[in-house]
Design a protein around this ligand. Structure first.
Ligand SMILES: [Zn+2]
Length: 278
């Protein structure tokens, strides 16, 4: 059997929603919290690739322990996009797995560098939980890399919940790791979006739907939600509903209440996802 005939496996780690400590008043009385997040391990017989190393030192440490349970060599850490919550745990992972190379697209590294300026704000929200320094991934120019002979394909998705976002596609096991193109039973960070950005985001979702994946992992998901392609359609509906209700309502409060009436069971009910943090 040649190397690439052995099938890859996938396992998803979910870090639960975490409270956000902030001095500002709680908008609309909603608790301040960060959406639960995922990190995905793709592994073969000997080697493994980890996607998105989470935010806090505690999360990244727990993730590193969980990766160790798989008894594979961690060769690569791929970062889907340059938002701090998806890569600030990188230094912790690299100390545990110094042989791994951490990569992201040049666009993601550029955003990571810029978004690194949000570290003081993250320190305020998560006191004592953020790493002392930030480690950035290396810019990776190619569209693909491999794991035991299997291709992993980077899909450039443009501006979705942030700039220069990507998804990762693993054709041999019909897997999409969506990054923040996908949200699974979680309120999405739509504060930065305009109608044009949401149009691009929906095109990104169409790109993933066209791959007809068996497994689709969202960057943020409610713990226990299944990693099925249903979240592609749900994210599309969420964005469409948000755009429509933004037109139909006249105040932030009305929009906030209308979205939460439509999605009462989604994780992390909070205003900042819709209206920003400043
Ligand atoms: Zn995110």
């Amino acid at each position: 059997m040649s190397e690439s005939e052995r099938a890859l496996n996938v396992n998803v780690f979910t870090a639960p929603e975490k409270p956000l400590v902030a001095e500002r008043p709680r908008p609309f009385g909603a608790p301040m919290a960060w959406d639960p997040m995922t990190s995905t391990l793709i592994y073969g017989e000997y080697d493994a690739v980890l996607v998105d190393p989470l935010t806090t030192v505690t999360e990244a440490g727990a993730l590193a322990d969980w990766v160790a349970l798989h008894h594979r060599n961690l060769t690569t850490i791929y970062i889907t996009h340059g938002h701090l919550d998806h890569f600030s745990g990188l230094g912790v992972l690299l100390r545990r797995y110094p042989e791994a190379r951490a990569i992201a697209t040049p666009g993601s590294v550029e955003l990571a560098r810029a978004h690194g300026r949000a570290l003081p704000a993250f320190r305020k929200w998560f006191p004592g939980q953020m790493p002392a320094t930030l480690t950035l991934p290396e810019p990776y120019e190619d569209e693909t890399f491999t794991l035991e002979g299997h291709e992993l394909r980077i899909i450039e998705q443009g501006h979705t919940d942030g700039k220069n976002s990507t998804s990762l596609y693993v054709p041999s096991i019909d897997l999409v790791v969506g990054g923040d193109v996908l949200y699974n039973q979680c309120h999405a960070y739509v504060a930065e979006t305009t109608p044009e950005i949401r149009e691009n985001w929906i095109a990104a979702l169409d790109r993933l739907a066209a791959l007809n994946p068996k497994t689709a992992v969202a960057g943020h998901k409610k713990p226990g939600a299944p990693d099925t392609s249903e979240c592609i359609e749900t994210t599309r509906r969420y964005l469409t509903d948000f755009g429509r209700l933004q037109e139909e309502t006249s105040t932030d409060r009305e929009l906030f209440d209308a979205m939460h009436a439509l999605y009462p069971d989604f994780a992390a009910k909070q205003a900042w996802l819709m209206f920003g943090l400043s």
